[in-house]
Design a binder for this molecule. Sequence first.
Ligand code: 57M
Length: 359
Amino acid sequence: MLFHLLYPLHETYSIFNVFRYITFRTIYAAITALVICFVIGPWLIRKLQSLQIGQMIREDGPDSHLAKKGTPTMGGILIIFAVTISTLLWANLTIGYIWLTVMVMLGYGLIGFLDDYRKLTQKNSRGVPGKYRLAAEIVIALFVSVVLYLKSGFNSNVTIPFFKTVLPNLGWGYVLLSTFIIVGAANAVNLTDGLDGLAIGPAITCFMTYLLFAYFAGNTRIAAYLQIPYVAGTGELSILCGAVVGAGIGFLWYNTYPAQVFMGDVGSLSLGGTLGTLAVLTKQEILLAIVGGIFVLETFSVICQVGWFKLTNGRRIFRMAPIHHHFELKGWPEPKVIVRFWIISILLALVAISTLKLR
Ligand code: 57M
């Protein structure tokens, strides 16, 4: 909105020319979202507490988690609110990719909200039946994928990391791939969100990385120099990514150990769905497996644990899955698990960025 209101004034006052720059608006989108979290966060936590929107803790989890019972959850509402307001303020709202990504964030946020709400009203950790939740996630992801496939200027080639000339065109198969990426990312972040700050930390590094990818893909000179797909309009997604990074840091202020609030499925599903959508829009689909390697590791640990458990009639690979619980049960203090996962996430982000040159 500010772009549309203030940039035209640059013809009279040159200072307003600054609003044309994506870098400027990305920085201030991050600052705006961060300030919104600082201003509204304490009120929201008190509100969640007064409404008794507290976390139900499963008995079969690590004993250390029992002390977390009643911690306010659904703090993801703060993230979504801050990102939405900041994006509407700073992004060029004529870019359809902005609306598409915000739609996924709000749609997945609604699915998560209904899941969290049902857990609270039913006083258990089951929530909305998995098949209905998955169906709703697939419908939203499929809609976005079909819209992109039919949109002129958006091709169905897949970018393969390390290979600049290998760009297989999947045709309609791209719709299935992008649907899988969006739904998979949402559920991977959801699984990871099991320790204080464990999901939001890697989410911040992922969105910082895709902030760069969006800026590069939307800039003809940089895209040509790096020989990555140019996608007109994705540059504006840097502003949305900046807002998510700012909101994520703001949320981490309250979610850091010992957490005052959890993001809830409303936060984890919306963050993951948004991240998956960005990976598709910036044509860095497969690279998400490296950038979001922590989320992949967590999901993979569950798949291996459940699969092995069924294959061997009850034997486990890990002491408990997802893998963050395994380290907890090995005796690592919670903060140690969290910060070490953050460090790995930063390392993976750097490796992923380096692949743009290693091709
Ligand atoms: C999402 N939710 C956390 C919080 C957060 C198939 C199986 C692997 C599924 C998985 C599962 O239930 N996943 C659900 C993870 C939960 O966090 C809430 O959920 C939101 C995110 N979706 O925002 O509202 C608990 O995580 C802890 N937490 C924190 N700090 C945070 O900032 O401490 C969350 C955020 C919270 C709190 O304790 O209650 C979760 O862990 O459920 N199941 C599991 O992950 C369970 N693993 C398991 O059953 N392993 C089995 C098989 C199935 C693989 C095995 O290893 O044999 C673990 N989780 C629980 N109990 N709660 C262990 C048992």
